[in-house]
Design a protein around this ligand. Structure first.
Ligand SMILES: [Zn+2]
Length: 440
């Protein structure tokens, strides 16, 4: 590839960061996605592609385009990234979160700073830089590539990926495999060995509202059937409960790789002690060995001296692949029989195997740019647009390659203060993505 892409990715990433695409979950304050979509569409049409901007509602814009490959009879590869970002409080940051400023951070060399730097305007910029270079040099990929830039990932994908899947599946026709977030980043074991975590699984989402009911009454009376008390007891039980460890095939494979790389003894059926030794990524991996249920909201009452008849709590549950029904049974046991459970949002877990030609292409591309690279599968505890795309039968991977300095606490940057991406890592990502897509 020419150096045009590795130069250009810097400006593309900074430009995208400077377009405020904060997604608050409220349409009125999430308008910047349209401007970002137009920027992306212009970047693609400038080099001869024909992107479509598709809105799910005014302002909630997605961009999609297809690059014909040499063999269009093969299934297409979907390369996707979201354009929205989570909110920020600028007063907490060292630089303004919309500045896209380049400055060193003390350990990682020059970085591009700003909201979206790693989640995920970095990868949006990388894919744009690669295909713009291809178009300028006349390169044709081995199979069709569908590029997709979405709205609304940060608030559940309803107006982005889910909208495209439900209302415009024709734009994704023929896609058999996909790459997007969150994976492909390095975890340094030693100078000669870096594990690159490729996402092959995602926990499911099961947001629940639970309701306790009781006898309403005056706050001054003796009262033994108080909905607030019943709810509080149940919520406390759930919040303190640890569901049993379940090691899925992806996590088992990851733990085997980690134990080999770090030379630590690891009992795959009792992995907690070993995970605790992993440093910053322990927070990512630790959540992938069990189902979780975290109370997040409470609502009850309307006056200080009135006992309400009803009290409600929201519980954010995350389930491992294949565990949904069993988890619900376990949850009811912890909550007790008297609470009503209402499902408010559910998305299934994903899991695919770490094998095949596409996985080989990832590993080869990484090793060509980093001789100390070893690609390993892992499970993400959160959710991405992949949950929506997988509904079309697309096999989804998290592969947005980034080589990171050992000292950088990468997972803390996601939705974090002073989000930033090392410039060298970003340019590494462009080279790996280019090689990977050429071999895909
Ligand atoms: Zn993201």
């Amino acid at each position: 590839m020419s150096t045009a892409a590795t130069d250009e990715v810097i400006d593309l990433c900074r430009d995208l960061i400077r377009i405020d695409t904060t997604n608050t979950g409220d349409h009125a304050t999430s308008a910047g996605e349209r401007a970002a979509a137009e920027y992306v569409a212009t970047s693609l049409s400038e080099v001869g592609l024909h992107p479509q901007v598709v809105e799910s509602r005014p302002g909630r814009a997605n961009v999609i385009t297809r690059i014909p490959g040499r063999d269009s009879s093969r299934g297409a590869l979907l390369v996707h990234g979201h354009l929205d970002v989570v909110p920020f409080d600028a007063s907490e940051w060292s630089v303004h979160p919309l500045s896209g400023e380049i400055r060193p951070d003390g350990t990682s060399g020059d970085c591009i700073w700003g909201r979206g730097a790693v989640d995920m305007k970095d990868f949006d910029a990388m894919s744009l830089a690669v295909v713009r270079d291809w178009q300028r040099t006349g390169y044709v990929p081995p199979r069709d590539i569908v590029l997709c830039y979405t709205a609304d990932e940060e608030a559940g994908s309803e107006f982005g990926a889910t909208f495209l899947v439900e209302k415009h599946p024709e734009l994704l026709e023929g896609c058999t495999e996909a790459v997007g977030e969150v994976g492909g980043f390095s975890y340094t074991v030693s100078n000669d060995l870096r594990l690159y975590l490729v996402q092959t699984a995602e926990k499911g989402i099961d947001w629940l509202r639970v309701h306790a009911t009781g006898r309403p009454g005056h706050g001054s009376f003796v009262h033994d059937d108080n909905a607030v008390t019943a709810l509080a007891e149940a919520v406390a039980r759930v919040g303190r409960h640890r569901f049993p460890v379940v090691v899925t095939p992806t996590v088992r494979a990851f733990l085997a790789e980690i134990s080999d790389a770090l030379q630590i003894e690891l009992d795959p059926d009792d992995p907690e002690a070993a995970i605790a030794k992993l440093g910053p990524i322990a927070t990512i991996i630790g959540a992938t060995i069990r189902n979780t249920a975290n109370p997040t909201r409470l609502a009850a009452g309307y006056k200080d001296n009135v006992i309400p008849s009803r009290a409600s709590a929201t519980i954010d549950c995350r389930t491992l692949p294949g565990q949904f029904d069993l988890f619900r049974e376990q949850l009811v046991e912890v909550l007790g029989p008297d609470l009503e459970i209402e499902s408010i949002h559910r998305q299934n877990a994903l899991e695919t195997t770490f094998d095949g030609a596409l996985v080989d292409a990832m590993a080869l591309a990484l090793r060509a740019e980093d001789p100390g690279a070893r690609a390993v599968p892992y499970m993400l505890s959160g959710g991405t647009d992949a949950k929506s795309f997988a509904r079309l039968g697309i096999r989804c991977f998290g592969f947005a390659p980034l080589r990171l300095p050992a000292e950088l606490n990468f997972s803390a940057l996601f939705h974090g203060i002073d989000e930033r991406v090392p410039v060298e890592g970003l340019q590494f990502g462009v080279r790996v993505l280019d090689r990977f897509l050429r071999q895909s």
